[in-house]
Ligand binder design. Structure first.
Ligand code: FMN
Length: 192
């Protein structure tokens, strides 16, 4: 499979990056993996100009920044992992900006002619959080489900790792969770 990993923490060697590395180590050999440290790139949010609506078969975003190349990679991928620290109960802002830019991948939203250029791709979310999953990382999972529905992608799973402190590193269950994510992403029967 061709897998795109989007690492959304501004800390390049922090908890999210560490767990994402574990996911990569857990994946069987033979997958083509591309990873982007989104916060190290130049990506701004959607400007709402709707120019992309004039391009029915391609992204057509008129903004020229690092999102352009990543969106092209996503179009050619089988699976995408959206990895983020939990920031204020949501997705960290750099990855959030890139997720907004997926707007150009879905055409004529709200009409029967709606078409997603990423339909059927498998996506997973990885969240590292200092606090618990309950009453903390709930809204982010709802948003991810809505995002998947909008993009017409298949959710391979949403994986929340609680207890990730900046001083102590990722929680002790990190490797197990990373293995589960890798399996869900690549095993056909694991779709739920
Ligand atoms: C701006 C900011 C907001 C945060 N908001 C939350 C939060 O809402 N819930 C939570 O459990 N942890 C929160 N945290 C803690 C981080 O999500 C957690 O430590 C995470 O593992 C950091 O990931 P990183 O090392 O990859 O940057 C926040 C941290 C920062 C810096």
């Amino acid at each position: 499979m061709k897998i795109v990993m989007l690492m959304g923490s501004p800390r390049p060697t922090g908890n999210t990056a560490t767990v994402l590395e574990m996911v990569e180590e857990s994946l069987a050999a033979g997958h083509e993996i591309k990873r982007y440290d989104v916060a190290q790139l130049n990506i701004i949010g959607c400007r709402g100009c709707y120019a992309c609506a004039d391009s029915p078969n391609e992204p057509g975003c008129v903004q020229r920044d690092d999102a352009t190349g990543i969106l092209d990679e996503i179009l050619g991928a089988d699976a995408i992992v959206y990895a983020t620290p939990l920031y204020m109960w949501g997705v960290a802002s750099d990855l959030r900006a890139l997720m907004e830019r997926h707007f150009c991948l879905v055409k004529t939203y709200g009409s029967p002619a709606k078409k997603s250029l990423v339909q059927g791709k498998r996506i997973a979310m990885l969240v590292t959080a200092a606090g618990p999953a309950e009453n903390n990382a709930d809204a982010i999972q709802t948003v991810f489900d809505r995002f998947a529905s909008y993009c017409e992608c298949e959710v391979a799973g949403k994986f929340v790792l609680p207890g990730c402190s900046v001083t102590e590193g990722p929680g002790e269950d990190a490797r197990t969770l990373a293995g589960r994510l890798a399996e869900a992403l690549t095993v056909e029967s694991s779709i739920h």
